[in-house]
Design a protein. Structure first.
Length: 88
């Protein structure tokens, strides 16, 4: 039997989308809102970009932030493990 999926209507870059997912609807709306903010911010900084370029550059910026956070998480996990080892 399939998992229950939420169908959430959101607006990103002045276009309506239906997002289907298993996460809490408020979480889905929040993530869509963050994506919309990033695209709008990029549009303000680089007027004249078409929708596709804004979307691609936004995806690159978000992935860059994700990679930085993963690296920081790895560093902090290693530090935590080192501190735990030092306590023993």
């Amino acid at each position: 039997m399939g998992e229950f999926k939420n169908r959430i209507n959101v607006t990103i870059n002045n276009k309506n989308y239906t997002i289907v997912g298993e996460d809490n609807p408020e979480h889905i709306r929040y993530v869509a809102h963050l994506v919309d903010e990033k695209i709008q911010e990029l549009g303000r900084k680089s007027a004249g970009l078409d929708t596709t370029r804004k979307a691609v550059l936004t995806a690159v910026n978000i992935m860059h932030e994700k990679v930085l956070l993963e690296e920081e998480n790895r560093r902090l996990t290693q530090e935590l493990n080192r501190l735990k080892h030092d306590e023993q």
